[in-house]
Design a protein around this ligand. Structure first.
Ligand code: GLN
Length: 264
């Protein structure tokens, strides 16, 4: 998506939303770009001026104006390709922006790199940004499939569920500084062991849900925009989005438990 710069808007401007897309070419798999499109469009539908700033390797332009950062998923290869730039050029302005109230949504590979480290199946360890109290190590097989999450009630989301798709080898474990985004009703989530999915700390949101996540979970998209703009948004007619959400809930409820190989 071309960066639609509609004027020199700032983070504090209540009439605008600036989305900073980290590594749009390299960290963008399984439909993750749909998250950026959803945030952009749901801001425009409310009459906000919206822009998307591409934060590729070497780019730090406008990070001090970004309201919401998006950091998508990527295979181990792409995570390695962005790693040096992430540490050398993005880490400091990103941490500063989050301290100033910006929001970030990080999916899978992006989520892993926000934590203390990500270690691949080959044993290569990438020290992360340490913005989320999580650590990730690759497991013996990939977690692939549809996911239904019962969201942490503290987030106050309606419906209290999230739906998406996962495809990762990483097993992520949370420390005391992060709360799970929710608990897995269907799928494998963070690590196939503790029943958690994702992680939240203040305005930092990590999740394994691709698909992409936000088009079928508009309530989460609005939560992020409201957190970033410190406002209450007027409701939208989300009948279509929530019908898609419910269809997946019903489909997954009808499927056999994950323990049955045929259900995978
Ligand atoms: N390479 C990471 C893993 O396999 C992240 C994959 C992804 O972003 N889907 O766990």
């Amino acid at each position: 998506m071309a960066a639609a710069i509609l004027g020199d808007v700032s983070r504090g401007d209540p009439e605008s939303l600036t989305i900073g897309w980290l590594y749009p070419e390299l960290m963008n798999i399984y439909g993750d770009r749909g998250n950026v499109l959803t945030l952009y469009q749901r801001a425009r539908w409310r009459g906000l001026q919206a822009e998307v700033v591409d934060l590729d390797k070497g780019a730090t332009r406008a990070m001090d104006r970004v309201d919401i950062f998006f950091f998508g998923g990527g295979q181990d290869r792409e995570q390695a390709l962005v790693y040096d730039d992430l540490i050398e050029t993005k880490a400091v302005p990103l941490a500063r922006a989050l301290e100033e109230g910006a929001v970030i949504l990080a999916i899978c590979g992006g989520y892993q790199l926000l934590g203390h480290y990500y270690q691949t199946a080959e044993g290569q360890r990438f020290p992360g940004l340490g913005l989320l109290d999580v650590r990730t190590e690759a497991g013996p097989r990939r977690c692939i499939g549809d996911v239904v999450v019962d969201v942490d009630p503290e987030l106050g989301l309606t419906p209290p569920t999230l739906v998406g798709f996962e495809n990762h080898s990483g097993r992520t474990f949370l420390g005391s500084g992060a709360r799970p985004l929710g608990r897995v009703r269907r799928g494998r989530g963070n690590n196939e062991e503790d029943g958690t999915e994702g992680a939240v700390a203040n305005n930092i949101f990590g999740s394994y849900l691709h698909g992409s996540l936000l088009p079928k979970n508009p309530h989460l998209a609005d939560l992020m925009i409201e957190r970033a703009k410190r406002c209450r948004l007027p409701r939208l007619d989300d009948r279509l989005e929530l019908a898609a959400h419910r269809w997946i809930l019903e489909r997954e409820a009808a499927r056999r438990p994950l323990g049955d190989a045929r259900a995978r």
